[in-house]
Design a protein around this ligand. Structure first.
Ligand SMILES: Cc1cc2nc3c(=O)[nH]c(=O)nc-3n(C[C@H](O)[C@H](O)[C@H](O)COP(=O)(O)OP(=O)(O)OC[C@H]3O[C@@H](n4cnc5c(N)ncnc54)[C@H](O)[C@@H]3O)c2cc1C
Length: 468
């Protein structure tokens, strides 16, 4: 999101470009611009590189923030990713599973026989008939995520496969989530295409095989998702740029409609161009010349552009053969846990010679829910008790624990949220030499590849404007 202005003459000094945030969006932009000859300075507010896609060193192993698979159908992004990672990646076969209310784990990709065996022939037939009925009598309007799911799968499948998990995720009924989330959700939810395939009985057709390739096998760095971002940061530094940690950006410097620099925790600096992946609302709040409509949108944003937060509880389990899936989506209402990742089942580079398994148990919540303020000890006890109760730990003893809190990490699309988002985006676009990108910068519930694309587009835009 930025203004085009007439290209400046080719500068004699390398252009100075600031990037706010060392997550996938910011680092992609910074990496490409550094390679193109710019002097890039990345300001990262935290102590970490990689944002939500970072990898942690934990108990002599490497772990991501929940399951992080990278998939793209964009050749430019694929080539860039492989250029950064070099040979140090493996093609990982995803083994997610769906843990249901009845304690059954459905295999992914869904196989008709597996589903029929576990869900039962009668229920399977009912689902298919219900799906057929829905296709004959479509909903007059698809406004909410519930409408979208019911329209695409029938109410029975919605209730069987989607409702409980998504309600845990969003913290509200799917009828209170905007239908536009279906784009992101369908890309991320392993069930959707496979259920369609199972229902339509055309697993072998060309589209299905394309989808299978994208989601079943994905390239994964030997030392975790964050390895890519650590390497991008190294490359920026090697090109003479900087990646400054603990450098939260507090304000932008603006002259007229042009952004000329910023002030971070490390003081003010001048730049020719600023690319920000910081959250949109505080960014707009820093910009001058707000119309009454923008001011109203800023004040409505608190209630309308809301987020879910996540608590990630890592447990060290003394055993190596707990369950075969790489992650389990906990559809069951028997536990509050939403997803469990088993890092033992990703690539050997993560666990090395260690003989234990690290599980990551995710709890999604709002920051005003009681669980957000619980102590680490309480959360570790909860995670352990819940996993024991559904039989995921077997007899393996649990050792250490570690808790990571991710505030405001999932944008929630409430019905009508675009009404508030749009004036804010338009105000941002009215400033020159500024791009706002990324999950927070666009209020976009998306995956890494979408943020790489935004980073690439912002880099192209900066190069066009600055003429290099
Ligand atoms: C649990 C979980 C699982 C996920 N699984 C997947 C998956 O399987 N596949 C996939 O592709 N994606 C997945 N994602 C999504 C993916 O992590 C994000 O889409 C991606 O990291 C967003 O990149 P970003 O750069 O836009 O934002 P972020 O990763 O959030 O990075 C933004 C950075 O900006 C910094 N920052 C913010 N404000 C300021 C400021 N004012 N000054 C300086 N720095 C600032 C932040 O500290 C942060 O480091 C998952 C996300 C979560 C939470």
């Amino acid at each position: 999101m930025s203004l085009s202005s007439s290209p400046a003459p080719r500068p004699s000094q390398p252009p100075r470009i600031a990037v706010v945030g060392a997550g996938p969006a910011g680092l992609t932009a910074g990496y490409v611009l550094a390679k193109a000859g710019a002097r890039v300075e990345v300001h990262e507010g935290s102590r970490f590189i990689g944002g939500l896609s970072r990898t942690l060193d934990l108990w002599n192993q490497r772990v991501d923030l929940g399951p992080h698979r990278f998939h793209t159908q964009d050749a430019r992004i694929d080539a860039l990713w492989k250029g950064v990672v070099g040979e140090d990646w493996a093609s990982v076969a995803a083994h997610p599973g769906v843990f249901r209310n009845d304690g059954q784990v459905l295999r992914y990709p869904l196989q008709v026989l597996d589903v029929v065996r576990k869900v039962g022939i009668t229920e399977s037939v009912r689902c298919v008939l219900d799906f057929g009925r829905q296709q004959l009598r479509p909903l007059p309007e698809v406004r909410t995520f519930e409408d979208w799911l019911v329209q695409h799968f029938g109410r029975r499948v919605y209730e069987q496969f989607f409702r409980d998990y998504n309600e845990k995720f969003f913290g509200r009924p799917c009828a209170q989530v905007d239908a536009s989330v279906s784009g992101a959700a369908s890309k991320d939810a392993s069930l959707i295409d496979t259920v369609i395939n199972a229902l339509r009985m055309r697993v072998a057709n060309a589209r299905a095989s394309a989808v299978k390739q994208v989601t079943e096998q994905f390239p994964y760095p030997q030392r975790g998702t964050g390895e890519v971002y650590e390497r991008m940061a190294q490359a920026i530094r090697a090109s003479g740029g900087e990646v400054l940690l603990d450098s939260r950006v507090e304000a932008l410097q603006v002259e007229g409609r042009r952004v000329t620099g910023l002030r971070s925790a490390q003081g003010p600096r001048d730049y020719d161009y600023v690319i920000s992946s910081a959250p949109l609302v505080p960014l707009v709040a820093q910009l001058p010349s707000q119309s009454p409509e923008v001011q109203r949108a800023l004040s409505d944003a608190r209630d309308v552009l809301t987020f879910r937060s996540a608590l990630l509880v890592y447990l060290e389990v003394h055993g190596t053969d707990l369950f075969p899936e790489s992650w389990l989506e906990m559809h069951t209402r028997a536990v509050r846990a939403c997803r469990v990742t088993n890092f033992r089942n990703w690539v050997p580079g993560l666990h090395g010679a260690e003989r234990s398994t690290i599980l990551c148990v995710e709890y999604w919540c709002a920051q005003d829910e009681a669980i957000w303020s619980e102590t680490d000890e309480h959360l570790a006890r909860l995670a352990r008790t819940e996993l024991e109760s559904v039989g995921l730990l077997g007899k393996a003893p649990v050792g250490r624990f570690h808790v990571v809190r991710l505030p405001r990490c999932y944008p929630v699309y409430q019905p009508g949220y675009q009404r508030v988002l749009q004036p804010l985006q338009e105000h941002l676009s009215s400033f020159e030499r500024l791009s706002s990108i990324g999950r927070g910068g666009r209020f976009s519930y998306n995956s890494q590849d979408a943020n790489w694309r935004m980073g690439l587009e912002a880099a192209d835009e900066a190069r066009a404007v600055l003429g290099f």
